[in-house]
Design a protein. Structure first.
Length: 147
């Protein structure tokens, strides 16, 4: 499916169910989103596939767009920061701790955990070596030497 087909289907499913102003706002939003993702290096077809079925998007828009809610119909495209945050939610200031950590940071954390576990295991083994050695000496003198 192309961007044009996706946007036409979205418009068709919204037509008559929400105000024309809301339809235009939503179509512009998804058009801008697709364009920003394509400009970021993604393939258009992959972006559209990730968005899903336009009918399901239309149902969500219809359910969340009551006609009386004026704040939903305000056009916020002049605010580039809010548009950036909608397209790149992981870059927001309120992103979680783990979303900011790079993969190598997580790998270092796992490596550190494994290292601590190995040190603990070797400490336990080091404690039991003298005990095992003494047990072997006793066993040697009790059973092997009698023969």
């Amino acid at each position: 499916m192309t961007k044009k087909q996706f946007l036409l289907e979205l418009r068709d499913f919204l037509n008559g169910r929400v105000e024309e102003r809301e339809i235009t706002r939503q179509v512009h939003y998804y058009e801008d989103y697709i364009n920003s993702q394509v400009a970021g290096g993604k393939e258009e077809s992959l972006v559209i596939e990730e968005l899903g079925d336009p009918r399901l998007l239309a149902k969500t828009i219809i359910a969340s767009s009551p006609v009386t809610n004026e704040s939903r119909r305000d056009n916020s495209y002049g605010n580039t920061e809010s548009v950036k945050n909608r397209y790149h939610p992981n870059e927001s200031k309120s992103a979680g701790f783990f979303t900011k950590i790079k993969r190598w940071g997580i790998l270092l954390l796992i490596l550190f955990f494994v290292l601590v576990m190995m040190i603990t295991l070797f400490s336990i083994i080091r404690f039991f070596i003298p005990v095992i050695f003494i047990f072997l000496i006793i066993w040697f003198f009790m059973f092997v030497r009698k023969k």
